[in-house]
Design a protein around this ligand. Structure first.
Ligand code: CS2
Ligand code: MG
Length: 418
């Protein structure tokens, strides 16, 4: 077939759609979300998640003021070309604001592509490699007993893997533990709240927590734990060694990961599997971690890592080094990201596990979706595209309200990693 033949739509089946409009839907059904909608000349529209917890409007402006004008007239099927245009063409690159904005466009274009080809996105990523994606739930409690109860509640709901976080004795508000019995939502309206942290008390407590949890849960339940960037490498090494008898599925974010080499020290002391990456936004944040096999799971999410296009490439790179996916999936990532993660998770060979913090009923009403949980696994559904829509009239009822993630201080007042 001659090149020029490809340009005629009637006989080539080439996807020759054109982007005619794009706009943001910023809403707050219990928490803030930024969603990009891209419309084409054939009436097919796609959605992308542009939510960056605590910095939502920065991404909204990046899209509205700088990206959307460059999208009009483009062919949405050209996901690689558009991604490179937005990444390389901006001159200034990387960082959470830029890459979350690019991710929103990329997700929307994959959504459009799936809808235009009448197939769920996972079929465009290699098709299903498994019957469903193993997911993990969030269990937490003010103390060991409450945390055990929370783990057992999630097991009763059918989860085969549960992350456990507990209040640290002597510390008023610990990471991952909701206040006042409400569902855990770290972003708070108003200015950043302040919480306290004591590494010493935490390192003395964590082994006791997991000794009791493993006793209560038995040997087969996958137990996970999030250290949330709070230790030094040698402290993380000590924690890892102390948790080895309880064979965790992973110990997450043991240290702030700017120093990728820091993981080598942890690795040299402990066999506990390591996961990191939810604050990463390009392959450059994790290339060394992966190729030196310093981690076991990469968590960089579709929404903060530039979209489906790069996530697929990172997964394939990670596969060379026995590193599996373990995408971030907290409630501050919208149902659009959850759907994208499940399409990728169903298809890539080196899928590990998917975080599943169920959104509230209110959020699910604003974002009707196809993905389903069943007996410890999730599936993105068979609807063409990503399988998520947004009910704009419902979304309009919940206007944006600025909210911040907390900050943390050590007992002596030193600001530390939250
Ligand atoms: C946490 C997140 O789910 C996790 O692993 O690290 O809940 C994180 O605290 C939030 O996504 C921050 O917005
Ligand atoms: Mg985390």
């Amino acid at each position: 077939m001659r090149i020029e033949d490809v340009s005629s739509t009637e006989d080539s089946g080439t996807l020759l759609l054109k982007i005619v409009a794009a706009r943001l839907i910023v809403c707050s059904p219990g928490r803030n979300f930024v969603t990009l909608r891209v419309d084409t000349d054939e009436g097919v529209s796609g959605l992308g998640d542009a939510t960056l917890n605590g910095r939502e409007l920065a991404v909204a402006s990046y899209l509205e003021d700088h990206v959307i004008p460059c999208l009009i007239g483009r062919n949405p099927a050209q996901t690689e070309e558009v991604w490179q245009y937005l990444y390389r063409g901006a001159y200034w690159r990387r960082g959470p604001i830029t890459m979350t904005a690019i991710a929103a466009v990329d997700m929307a274009l994959w959504d459009i592509k799936g809808k235009a080809l009448n197939t769920p996105v996972y079929n465009l990523l290699g098709g299903a490699s498994r019957h469903g994606c193993l997911v993990y739930a969030h269990a937490n409690g003010a103390d060991i007993a409450e945390t055990i109860d929370s783990v057992q509640k999630h097991v009763a709901e059918g989860y085969l893997a549960v992350r456990a976080q507990a209040g640290v004795p002597g510390i008023a508000s610990s990471y991952g533990v909701p206040k006042g019995g409400k569902p855990y939502e770290p972003a708070e309206r108003g200015l950043p709240s302040e919480s306290l942290w004591s590494t010493e008390r935490y390192l003395n407590f964590a082994p006791k927590l997991f000794e009791e949890l493993r006793k209560a849960a038995g040997e087969n339940l996958h137990l996970l734990h999030d250290v949330h960037h709070r230790l030094t490498p040698i402290e993380a090494a000590r924690l890892g060694k102390s948790l080895e008898p309880y064979h965790l599925f992973w110990m997450e974010d043991p240290v702030p990961a700017e120093l990728q080499d820091g993981f080598a020290l942890i690795r040299s002391h402990t066999t506990v599997p390591l996961a990191t990456g939810e604050v990463f936004n390009t392959i450059w944040d994790c290339k060394e971690l992966i190729e030196r096999q310093l981690i076991d799971y990469i968590r960089m999410a579709v929404v903060h890592g530039g979209g489906i296009t790069p996530a697929r490439k990172v997964a394939d790179f990670a596969a060379l080094y026995h590193v599996r996916t373990g995408y971030h999936g907290a409630t501050d990532l919208s149902p659009v990201t959850m759907a994208a993660a499940l399409h990728l998770g169903l298809a890539v060979h080196n899928f590990g596990i998917q975080e599943h913090m169920p959104h509230s009923g209110l959020v699910d009403e604003v974002f009707p979706h196809e993905y389903r949980f069943e007996a410890g696994y999730m599936h993105p559904g068979e609807k063409p595209g990503l399988g998520v829509e947004i009910d704009e009239s419902r979304a309009a009822r919940y206007p944006y309200q600025r909210a911040y993630l907390p900050i943390a201080r050590k007992l002596d007042g030193t600001l530390t990693d939250w």
